[in-house]
Ligand binder design. Structure first.
Ligand code: 6LW
Length: 522
């Protein structure tokens, strides 16, 4: 048995799906309006995951034109069969459900095969020679989980969708995953909506088309009804059930780490791991040793399901690596590797010029401000914020009059805090902008000498603080924005992502040297 830390994949990585190939595990998550799409993580021990690529790396696979915040790519499913990997997901902003395949999950993945069963949260089951496809949809006035069969070669739909279930009574029965385990077909669902009422339920049948009976202990996982003091983990749901190569069972699920003491989160929905045990009636129990770990009598009575925690134990297939959650000092700025970076919608490659020798990235603006949602995407490149306390820094140079660019803590076009340089009449100025909903606060221009400044954003549980390093190298605060302003719960429309820390250029050419992220500097 090993002790491990949750979330096993930090930063906005919701709707996890896992498959096993021998002793290697691959996990994919939703990516919404960001490009590339559907990150692929790899692990050998289930506690430590490494981003090894993306399923959707070409415009032919991923058209995000016009995708609204939290549009684009919803929940994915990854499966392996006959030595080939399959990933199915939904582009809610372009044509719906599709499947891509690969011989290596690191890529390249194929062009899409579009599936003519609608809805979201598609999943696949390979059962003998059959390939079953499920999704949550409304067909003929019925809303719930539908099943059809695909041609094993062409992957085209070859049967009419049949209704399986509307779930166990929770709203929004979604996230279906169908498994053949022993003599039963098990159907795993999310219900209650992906917020604080979220839960995982499971059903089974002797026939793939049903009828499905509910687990008497549904929901088998939920944090609904738990207060923040006793459970910083909330909103657990949208899960995947899988067996490791030692025959132990696990559940990956999305969850939220709340900001201390409030029902708010700014890091997005993250991926959590829990051990699973099967009971004598053939039903799974999640984190069985914690089922009684709920916070109080009331919760225990409402908590027939398991409860996830930030620290858990389980029979991992390998020892977890030691985690350094210490906040490194100045010297610990980590330049994110290639696959960590995300663009807003489909980027124009000519606007992103990397010079590895000089460790610089030159961005060429297209006139689109970060708040824009129509037309070409803003010129932006960022990484997921993975800790409440985290910092981003870069040396920024604006090379021409009219140029504008800098660093940004970005949740979306209406939710971001930025510190940047602009240049007019040969003079360079520092400015900040804080935008929440339609309210925007811009600082006065601060003139600086030369055309270069080192900018820094420090994320904290209460504030994002925007700095520049003065000529003596001392951080000087320019502005701060409430962390509550970049939280999912506060967005005007329903959103599913999390905050990114990154670079942007609105106009002209801006050179970034040494962009890095790290723990809060001492
Ligand atoms: C996803 C749905 C959900 O498709 O939210 O967590 C949607 N549950 O199942 C977007 O993540």
């Amino acid at each position: 048995m090993y002790t491990y830390q949750n979330p096993v994949i930090k930063g906005f990585n919701p709707d996890p799906s896992v498959c096993r190939a021998g002793e290697d595990y691959y996990l994919v998550t939703s990516s919404f309006e960001y490009f590339p799409g559907v990150p692929v993580y790899h692990s050998k021990n289930l506690a430590d995951w490494t981003l090894v690529g993306h399923c959707l790396t070409r415009r032919e696979q991923l058209v995000l034109d016009g995708a609204r915040p939290s549009g684009g790519i919803y929940a994915p499913t990854i499966r392996v069969h006959g030595g080939r990997f399959y990933m199915t997901t939904t582009n809610v902003s372009h044509r719906g459900n599709f499947i891509v395949t690969a011989s290596d999950p690191r890529g390249p993945w194929s062009d899409p095969v579009w599936v003519t069963q609608g809805g979201i949260d598609p999943s696949l089951l390979f059962d003998g020679g059959a390939v079953y496809f499920t999704s949550t949809d409304t067909i003929g006035g019925r809303t719930g989980i539908f099943l059809c069969e695909l041609d094993p070669e062409s992957l085209e739909r070859r049967t009419e969708p049949v209704f399986l279930t509307a779930g166990g009574g929770g709203r929004f029965a979604e996230a279906p995953h169908l498994y053949k385990i022993g003599k039963y077909y098990y159907l795993l669902l999310a219900e209650g909506g992906t917020e604080y009422g979220h839960m995982v339920t499971i059903f089974r049948s002797l026939a793939v088309a049903g009828p499905y009976e509910p687990c008497p202990r549904n929901p088998i996982l939920t944090h609904r009804g738990m207060d923040a003091q006793h459970s910083p983990v909330q909103c657990t749901g949208h899960a995947e059930l899988f067996e490791d190569h030692n025959g132990n069972w696990w559940m990956a699920a999305l969850g939220v780490r709340q900001l201390p003491g409030v029902f708010l989160h700014n890091l997005g929905r993250e991926t959590f791991l829990a051990p699973v045990a099967w009971d004598e009636d053939g039903w799974p129990a999640v984190a069985p040793e914690r089922a009684s770990g709920a916070n109080d009598e009331q919760s225990v009575s409402s908590h027939r399901g398991g409860v996830l925690a930030l620290t858990m134990t389980g029979p991992l297939p390998g020892e977890p690596a030691a985690r350094c959650d210490c906040s490194p000092g100045e010297a610990d700025w980590v330049s994110p590797s290639g696959p960590d970076f995300l663009y807003i919608r489909n980027p124009e490659p000519s606007r992103y010029l990397r010079d590895p020798q000089n460790n610089t990235l030159t961005l060429r603006g297209n006139g689109m401000a970060l708040r824009e949602t129509e037309g070409a995407p803003p010129v932006f490149l960022g990484v997921r914020q993975t800790e409440f306390d985290m910092a981003a820094q870069a040396e920024v140079t604006v090379t021409e009059d009219g140029g504008k660019g800098g660093l940004v803590a970005y949740y979306g076009p209406d939710y971001h805090y930025a510190v940047y340089l602009t240049r007019y009449g040969g003079v360079t100025y520092l400015r900040t902008v804080r935008r929440v909903h339609d309210l925007e606060a811009r600082s006065e221009r601060v003139q600086i000498y030369g055309e270069t400044a080192t900018l820094r954003i420090i994320a904290g549980k209460d504030f994002y603080t925007l700095y520049w390093l003065d000529p003596s190298g001392n951080p000087a605060e320019l502005a701060r924005g409430a962390t509550a302003g970049l939280c999912t719960e506060g967005t005007a429309s329903m959103t599913f992502t999390g905050t990114l820390l990154g670079m942007f250029c609105e106009r002209g050419e801006v050179v970034f040297r040494g962009f890095g992220v790290g723990g809060t500097p001492k």
